[in-house]
Design a binder for this molecule. Structure first.
Ligand code: TYD
Length: 204
């Protein structure tokens, strides 16, 4: 069996995290071994970097380097070994988030992100990216009901408009691996579409 690398993306409040565990359960139900993980995070080092990235004030280049440092550790210790064992890896965010948040959101140089992506990933790319797309205004309302904001969630509407534009740009550049899921639909319909995409890309 070949490993499959599947990422879940979208602006904060789009609801992507809700759909990862049900997707994992479904894949396990049809006999696949599944690793569920997240970025920034997934290893001891990357989780400690996550705390800093989400809560410690820092400039945009520092933030970008820490995100990629966390990713490098995560790929080496968790993602690549799981794929080599033939598992399905479900990852809550990956490099599309860096282009969307650091690149489009914070205005970091996209050419620098391209170079870091190439150096850190050595060609590794998701096989499938489920992009949960939601109007930033609706996402902000959902977030307001949910929890205390971190450094990203506290950003204004214009920031999330830029982040969304970043996801659109990434999808246009790699349409073969992207599936856009309309996250404004009710939860069961979103879940149905996630299952449909998984069936098409991973098989039953
Ligand atoms: P998120 O995945 O939304 O987790 P939670 O549901 O626990 O809030 O939070 C991670 C945050 O990190 C999110 O606001 C986006 C940000 N982020 C980046 O800015 N760049 C990245 O490369 C990644 C992976 C995440």
């Amino acid at each position: 069996m070949t490993g499959r690398f599947i990422t879940f993306e979208g602006i904060d409040g789009a609801g992507k995290s809700t759909h990862i565990e049900p997707a994992a359960a479904r894949l396990r139900g049809v006999g696949r071994s599944v690793t569920v993980t997240r970025e920034p995070g997934g290893t001891e080092l990357a989780e400690s970097l996550r705390k800093a990235i989400l809560h410690t004030p820092m400039d945009g280049i520092t933030e970008t380097l820490l995100v990629f440092a966390a990713r490098r550790d995560h790929i080496g210790r968790i993602i690549a070994p799981a794929l080599a064992r033939g598992e399905v890896v479900l990852c809550d965010r990956f490099t599309d988030a860096t282009f969307a948040y650091q690149g489009f959101g914070r205005g970091q140089d996209l050419a620098l992100l391209d170079r870091l992506e190439a150096a850190v990933q050595q060609g590794l790319q998701p096989d499938l990216t489920l992009w949960f797309d939601l109007d930033p205004e609706v996402a902000a309302q959902r977030r307001a009901a949910a929890r205390a904001a971190d450094r990203f969630e506290a950003e204004d509407l214009a920031f999330f408009e830029r982040v969304r534009a970043g996801y659109v740009a990434r999808m246009n550049a790699a349409a073969h691996r992207f599936v856009r899921v309309d996250a404004s639909l009710d939860r069961r319909e979103v879940e149905r579409r996630v299952v449909e995409a998984l069936n098409a890309h991973v098989g039953g």
